[in-house]
Write a protein that binds this ligand. Sequence first.
Ligand SMILES: *Cc1c(COP(=O)(O)O)cnc(C)c1O
Length: 426
Amino acid sequence: MTTAQKLTSQETIALEEKHGAHNYHPLPVVLKRGEGVYVWDIEDKQYYDFLSAYSAVNQGHCHPAIVGAMSKQAETLTLTSRAFHNDMLGKYEAYTTDYFQFDKLLPMNTGAEAVETAIKIARKWAYEKKGVPEHEAQIIVCENNFHGRTTTIISFSNDEGARKNFGPYTPGFIKIPYDDIDALKRALVENKNIAGFLVEPIQGEAGVFTPASDFLMKAKALCKANNTLFIADEIQTGIARTGALLAVCGNCTCKGHCERQETYSRPDILILGKALSGGAYPVSAVLADDDVMNVIKPGQHGSTFGGNPVASAVAMAALNVVKDEKLAQNARVLGELFRSKLNEYITESKIVNLVRGRGLLNAILINDTEDSSTAWDICMALKENGLLAKPTHGNIIRFAPPLVMTEDQLLDCVAIIVKTLKQFEK
Ligand SMILES: *Cc1c(COP(=O)(O)O)cnc(C)c1O
């Protein structure tokens, strides 16, 4: 077997089945090329990508500015480790902290690593700044959260598939219902050792659950009143996906740079990943101000690849594309169009109950039981009709195309989705 050998989709899938661990259940499509909002399979069939690698490819597939920055840096210097300085990291940190308006950035690679980093920073802050007794720090999390796959992170998941038989679990987490401000208040009052509240501004993996419009503002205020860190996991929702630079920006349509706007629930710790690289390279980051970030001293946390020159160059290019091409504005406008078009259809549909979301992070709820195969069957039919999407939690289908989509392309996609759904109306 060489990489040059030509195989069919069937043959490629068979190789994975035989030689790969079975830790995913992908749609049976084998992609070989991507450009902008499109991907192509081995047989040269073209599709709209309506997953965008779980919102990593917000800037579109193989964006020339991002790929250009990556290949230029890859030919120059790829990795030094943090034992030495490299000439890109400082520039990247200066650019990104200015972009999001935080004092400091800690670079990692994957989203889960960044979440782990945020947990470690919050705990250390609790012991050294808040005065929590050793080993007593607690972090409040939400039911149905998704923050990644490490042993500690799955310890506070309530997804049985993600958790079962991976114990013993890491203690130190208190679970409350999502979007329940009273439960948060109770948890903060009942326990004096709370380091932070870790929350997704919209729960993506759970099925695009959007909380009440004032939930984040109130949560942030409660955290502040109780000397607790407000920690936003924006790995999926951040970087223009929901129609603002960050989902915690709320209705604020500036670039996430202001504190003036009353809707901005500024996190004490901001966690980014996925679209931070536009999908070109694994890049994640934790941002915070000095009073929080400075609890980490040399030797206390790190990563061989974190902050490498390729990652630094790629992330700067990826963030620049978001600003340059006004992707947040595009996501906001197209998101409203998408939901209004689908709502028109839903009024006469028996197979779809509702559409929900913000910006271009949306989902439809299929009118069938969670264990039915209807959502999967619809995704298979969408694939036949040239659009790739994936069910989440059985009867929910997430729709999250790259943000570089045009209005004409979006209307084309709506037509494909409506045509496909009609095949399933009884
Ligand atoms: C994808 C995701 C993660 C995990 O990121 P990985 O890069 O897969 O480790 C964490 N939190 C949220 C909200 C995510 O969507």
